[in-house]
Design a protein around this ligand. Sequence first.
Ligand code: ATP
Ligand code: MG
Length: 189
Amino acid sequence: MEMEKARREERMERHGLLIVHTGDGKGKTTAAMGLAVRAWGDGLRVLILQFIKGGWQTGERHAIEVLARAEGRIELRPLGLGFTRKGEKPKEEHKRAAKAALKMAANELQSGRWDMVILDEVNYAVRFGLITEEELGALLERRPPEVHLVCTGRAACPLLLERADLITEMRSLRHPFAAGIKAQKGIEF
Ligand code: ATP
Ligand code: MG
């Protein structure tokens, strides 16, 4: 009871941050997962919605399922249908999936169930035209002030950058793909 009260008071005082991980270097999603684990370890309730990644198994998904089973308060939902190729017109089903994911994000933000919400790869969804900058903007407008919101993906849109409290740009100095080294388990997925 006391603990619940203390937690409620802590929430009232909290200044929810709008955090952006962008840029062309590796580490945007990884850093978001690091934040999720830290926040969860501090007792926060964390929701991760993945916009592009679909149902395939990833290390982070498995790890979060284990945490969820142990104590709850954390959830990862893969809601995407995979990457669409650059220059390719986005498919209607990809658009539908992204719009549904954004709607879910808005509902979950409002629900009072989460202290941190991570929208992984949401920037791609805007970039590829699956959702509009305005639609993302509307979600930012309605964000409850005590909830931390993290948005990842290359090429964050100007509106998001304008609103963000914390922006980190990952800059690529070298990447193994350039040397023909294929994606390594535990590093890439
Ligand atoms: P991670 O999920 O490993 O943190 P990320 O979220 O920063 O990476 P994304 O832009 O979401 O990276 O890209 C997804 C994939 O592209 C990842 O497998 C990542 O390793 C790869 N990638 C990231 N940066 C580069 C780069 N500079 N050159 C080639 N591939 C890259
Ligand atoms: Mg990523």
